[in-house]
Design a protein around this ligand. Structure first.
Ligand SMILES: C[S@@+](CC[C@H](N)C(=O)[O-])C[C@H]1O[C@@H](n2cnc3c(N)ncnc32)[C@H](O)[C@@H]1O
Length: 200
């Protein structure tokens, strides 16, 4: 199983949530791609952050495409069921468990509420094919994935993300990821203290 957890790098996801809220004001749809989603904690965290910012009415505009190479064909099922063990939910901010998760028959397992679950779809997808399964995203989040690729592969994948984003949309990487010089003309840094880039 890939290493990931709910509210990992909360700072960056909250920042891009606020930028997304401003950028998409007045839009009828908000499209997000979480590439390399693993079992779902990252895309569901971003979904919860957006729901908190937008409120339940405007959150209905949001669709999140989670994708992963998913070697063992496990992640799609986990993300669609949206049931997670309590020990994976203990580090969440106060009030989130009560608001966004409901009990199941098993007292140690909780299910994400329908309003959030319905906004999420999973697609099995290998980023290195460089063939996106959709376009016109307002946000692409790809964290702790590019570090597994060679430098040349990173450049090509970042160019693919650029192609998939709407003008002014955001690409999000982990703090330690550097934007290759070959892609610097495609994006500008959106904030000083996180790797959030705006498509030029
Ligand atoms: C460390 S996890 C990161 C999970 C999450 N993004 C996070 O930051 O918590 C890396 C994920 O990248 C996925 N991955 C690796 N190579 C990939 C590829 N070529 N295409 C799509 N996903 C890939 C792995 O399957 C794994 O789920």
């Amino acid at each position: 199983m890939a290493f990931t957890f709910f509210f990992r790098d909360r700072h960056t996801l909250e920042l891009v949530g606020k930028l997304t809220q401003e950028f998409t004001k007045g839009f009828s749809k908000i499209k997000v791609w979480n590439a390399g989603s693993a079992m779902g904690p990252e895309p569901y965290t971003f979904a919860i952050i957006l729901s908190e910012l937008l409120g339940p009415y405007d959150y209905k505009k949001v669709s999140i495409s989670a994708s992963d190479i998913d070697d063992r064909d496990m992640y799609g099922k986990i993300i669609n069921e949206a049931i997670y063990p309590l020990n994976e939910l203990e580090r969440m901010p106060e009030g989130i468990l009560e608001k966004y998760f409901e009990k199941t028959d098993d007292p140690n397992r909780f299910r994400i509420v329908d309003s959030i679950r319905k906004s999420m779809t999973f697609t099995k997808h290998d980023l290195l094919t460089l063939k996106p399964f959709d376009t016109n995203f307002h946000v692409v989040i790809c964290k702790n994935v590019l570090l597994h690729f060679h430098y040349e592969q990173r450049i090509e994948v970042i160019k693919m993300f650029h192609h998939c984003l709407e003008p002014g949309g955001f690409l999000v990487n982990e703090q330690t990821q550097q934007m290759p010089a070959e892609c610097a003309h495609l994006f500008e840094k959106a904030v000083p203290d996180a790797n959030i880039y705006r498509k030029i």
